[in-house]
Design a protein around this ligand. Structure first.
Ligand SMILES: C[S@@+](CC[C@H](N)C(=O)[O-])C[C@H]1O[C@@H](n2cnc3c(N)ncnc32)[C@H](O)[C@@H]1O
Length: 341
């Protein structure tokens, strides 16, 4: 019976995540946070939705303990719904929206065929990759940037507690998004910072960094294409959830550009979830399952691969780097420190 229950639970998983998408997209957590508990009629009026259909969705979420249902079809906020608020800075709500928005969902519908052909399911469905899609669609782009900033906030505090960036003079975050990670590194360890990403993302960095209390000019901003050139000037390059977006060949090209940008004593600190090898624990301390996340990445990102430690060691070794140490954190993120072989 236990095995059957497990299968029921997996089948129901996407119903829950779609209800989460609908409620978050409608701003239900925002409304509950701002106005407190209220009837489904009031929520339907504010969100211009069909009361009875909205009720079924919200009740489902109450049964999943995301909302609380009180008598007379009144819904109240919970600790979980507060975390999903999307109008007060990056939150797990943005991550939920990014992962479950229609373009991703369309990609999952294509995964069955992609398993036969090896194509990227997201591209089959949308005619372009995630990065192009988010660049071309302002709503998705905004959600994506905030989702990445949330993931950074989620992992950063735990990382700062166990990895000493104070050993470096200048740290550069390659593919660093709005700069949430480099901001914390600079603030915590007082080293110089550099942030490198594509132009449309870097455009959003100055106001974001200001909101994080980073002194003006403490972080040098660079735009460009990592396949062409990585800026020089850092003795450590960090890459968080970045290399996993590329296949081994592209990862090799990125590492070659990093090699050109680093001094001989330079290091690469790779920040990723590590997919466990057979027999190792499959769930991270924060509940993330890297082996399942790997399916999402594979279906969404051209060449996207979440790797095992051995696989990372291999692609770095092919590019002339050796693994010095691995530092695990209390989230799904681990730091793999590489130096020149
Ligand atoms: C998966 S996100 C990770 C962002 C950030 N490191 C984090 O952990 O939140 C990948 C980042 O790489 C950037 N990126 C994608 N292609 C790039 C390229 N060719 N050159 C530089 N940055 C790129 C994206 O804009 C995005 O910010």
């Amino acid at each position: 019976m236990e095995a059957k229950n497990k299968i029921f639970s997996i089948i129901q998983g996407f119903w829950g995540s779609q209800c989460l998408y609908i409620a978050t997209c409608l701003g239900i957590p925002n409304l509950l946070e701002e106005y407190g508990a209220q009837s489904v009629e009031s929520l339907a009026e504010k969100t211009e939705t069909h009361t009875e259909t909205l009720y079924v969705v919200l009740r489902g979420l109450a049964h999943l303990e995301i909302l609380e249902e009180k008598p007379d079809r009144v819904f109240a906020p919970t600790e979980a719904s507060s975390l999903l608020v999307t109008n007060a800075g990056p939150s797990i709500g943005h991550f939920a929206l990014h992962i479950t928005e229609p373009c991703q969902w369309d990609g999952w519908k294509e995964l069955y065929d992609a398993v036969h052909t090896g194509e990227v399911a997201f591209e089959r469905a949308n005619g372009k990759g995630v990065y192009e899609f988010t660049r071309d669609n302002p709503w998705s782009g905004d959600v994506f940037i905030n989702a990445m900033s949330f993931l950074t906030d989620h992992a950063t505090e735990a990382l700062m507690a166990v990895y000493d960036f104070g050993q470096y003079e200048t740290v550069m975050d390659v593919g660093g998004g709005q700069g949430g990670l480099i901001a914390e590194i600079v603030k915590t360890y007082n080293c110089k910072g550099m942030l490198f990403d594509v132009p449309y993302v870097i455009e959003t960095a100055p106001s974001f960094l200001e909101s994080r209390g980073v002194p003006k000019d403490a972080i040098a901003l660079h735009t460009g294409d990592v396949f062409e050139k990585v800026p020089t000037g850092a003795d450590a390059i960090v890459m968080k959830y970045f290399l996993s977006a590329w296949n081994d060949e592209d990862a090799g090209k990125i590492l070659a550009r990093c090699r050109e940008a680093l001094p001989d004593h330079g290091k690469i600190v790779l920040l990723q979830s590590i997919v466990p090898d057979v027999g190792e624990p499959t769930v991270c301390p924060d509940g993330i399952m890297p082996g399942l996340f790997a399916v999402q990445i594979r279906s969404a990102v051209p060449g996207g691969v979440w790797r095992t430690l051995k696989q990372y060691q291999e692609i770095f070794a092919n590019s002339g780097f050796k693994l010095d140490r691995v530092v695990h954190t209390s989230t799904n993120l681990s730091a793999m420190e590489f130096s020149l072989a």
